[in-house]
Design a protein around this ligand. Structure first.
Ligand code: GTP
Ligand code: MG
Length: 460
């Protein structure tokens, strides 16, 4: 056992509910809980088999009944933390929960830090770091598809894939090491030829995995979708129409929206974080200026941009400036107010908007919105990638480690091309192996681990 102490925390959200659960984990769990529990069957918890539920009462030191509870006893190692775990189902509400927790502390338990149960599951070797992050994603998941993706990761999809890649590398490393240590066994052919092909194949696989990082991040955090354009083109109207509620203020006064208005939209399971922004134009108004600056930042940070153009008024000077800003981004051009008719010639369309997805809508009449939603959905589910069915990277940390692994392997491939001998790139192979390992949390520095777990909620 790695840990000497026994931790306890309220694991359900703060507030009043039907039930509230206190989770206790550690080697003295059963002993500590038994001291404050009086089962209806009068039997000690110490004699109960694992994975059983017992009805009874929590009794204070003074002998008063604190709460009526169900005691769920789970003995190590088949538990969340791989330690002895008890979950006490109390009546919901802060009073009984805190009273029970206080009794546990008196008998020797310690209050758990944020994420400490999951941290123990990790350090006791039940789950790896990619799975830890999946637990966090499951708690925070926004749609069914993002939940599915997170559950897939918790099951170890990504971990299995990474380990498979590591074992390919390990075999190559072993072969090289034999040839360095026992050159007399070397064949006539240079050994590099044996695995040149394998390295290239592995690089291809790692690069495809890297491509999933964007999808993974978008599924986790929502696709950041900035609605931009000059004032009065109908940005806030579009936000409201997509959300089917009056979230942002709409008026016919140019410069209505000043701050960025954010809202979630779920399109067939894919979460979008919509950002309605201030109309971009030259202005002397101090507040509007800040708003315009924020709009420009939104363009930089967005995964997808919906640039609105007033089809009735046509493409004007102010539009051209914004077009310039978004032209290298992933952008859809939305010609709004089509109910008023279009005054944009085909020639102008071809000149300014060619090569990008262009859609005509009326935010006011809610026309063309389904087409827009389909285009947004297809933007995420490109080609035949089925979100949720394959291993995906879901955060920056994992992405960075993978990039480092690819860089190391690139060096190996380069050295092979140059005809260098194995001992020149053995180190890069080891590096690649290590970087892959850090995706699943092998040999990770303590600070990173602590930082990660501090982002969890209490009791998890
Ligand atoms: N006819 C018509 N009017 C629209 C349409 N969409 C928006 N409008 C009108 O255009 C005006 C401006 O709409 P907003 O949604 O406030 O425009 P905005 O782009 O958010 O404007 P700012 O916040 O000032 O940048 C309002 O009077 C809307 O009713 C549309 O599809 N058709
Ligand atoms: Mg607006």
């Amino acid at each position: 056992m790695l840990f000497d102490d026994t931790i306890a925390a309220i694991s359900t959200p703060i507030g009043i509910g039907g039930i509230g659960i206190i989770r206790v984990s550690g080697k003295d769990t059963i002993k500590i809980v038994d001291k404050i529990f009086c089962g209806a069957d009068k039997k000690s918890l110490l004699d109960k088999p694992s994975h059983t539920i017992t009805y009874g009462h929590i009794i204070s030191e003074e002998g008063n009944i604190i709460d009526e509870v169900l005691m769920m006893l789970m003995r190590a190692p088949k538990t969340y933390t791989k330690e002895d775990v008890i979950e006490i189902n109390c009546h919901g509400g802060p009073m009984p929960l805190n009273a029970v927790l206080t009794e546990l502390i008196k008998k020797g338990a310690r209050i758990a830090d944020s994420g400490e149960f999951t941290k123990r599951a990790f350090l006791n070797g039940r789950i790896d770091l990619a799975q830890v992050e999946a637990v966090m994603d499951i708690i925070e998941s926004k749609t069914e598809l993002s939940l599915k993706q997170a559950v897939g990761q918790l099951e170890g999809k990504l971990s299995r894939q990474i380990k498979e890649y590591q074992s390919i590398l390990m075999k190559i490393i072993a072969r090289i090491e034999v040839s360095i240590d026992y050159p007399e066994y070397d064949q006539d052919e240079p050994i590099t030829e044996d695995f040149e092909e394998e390295i290239r194949e592995l690089l291809d696989k790692l690069n495809s995995l890297l491509k999933t990082a964007d999808t993974g991040k978008m599924m986790r955090e929502g696709v950041r979708t900035a609605i931009v354009g000059r004032p009065n083109v109908g940005k806030s109207s579009l936000l409201n129409a997509l959300l089917e509620e009056n979230k942002a203020i709409v008026t016919d006064i140019p410069g209505t929206t000043r701050d960025v208005v954010e809202a979630y939209l779920n399109i067939e399971g894919i979460p979008f974080m919509l950002l309605d922004t201030a109309g971009i134009r030259e202005t002397e108004d101090t507040v509007e200026k800040i708003g315009v600056q924020k709009s420009k930042t939104s363009i930089e940070e967005a995964d997808l941009i919906l640039m609105l153009i007033d089809s009735y008024e046509g493409i004007v000077e102010e539009d051209l400036e914004i077009l310039e800003k978004v032209k290298d981004k992933r952008v859809f051009y939305i010609l709004n107010k089509m109910d008023l008719g279009s005054n944009i010639s085909q020639e102008k369309l071809n000149k300014n908007l060619s090569g990008k997805i262009t859609l005509s809508i009326s935010a006011k009449d809610q026309d063309g919105l389904n087409g827009l939603k389909q285009a947004m959905r297809n933007f995420v589910i490109k080609g035949n990638v089925t979100v949720g069915n394959e291993a995906t990277l879901s955060n920056m940390r994992q992405k960075q480690s993978l990039i480092h692994a690819i860089e190391s392997l690139d060096k190996v491939a380069e050295a092979i091309d140059l005809g260098l001998s194995e001992d020149c790139f053995a180190i890069d192979l080891h590096d690649a192996y290590g970087h892959l390992g850090s995706i699943i949390g092998e040999a990770l520095k303590d600070e990173i681990i602590n930082e990660l777990f501090s982002r969890f909620c209490l009791g998890k």
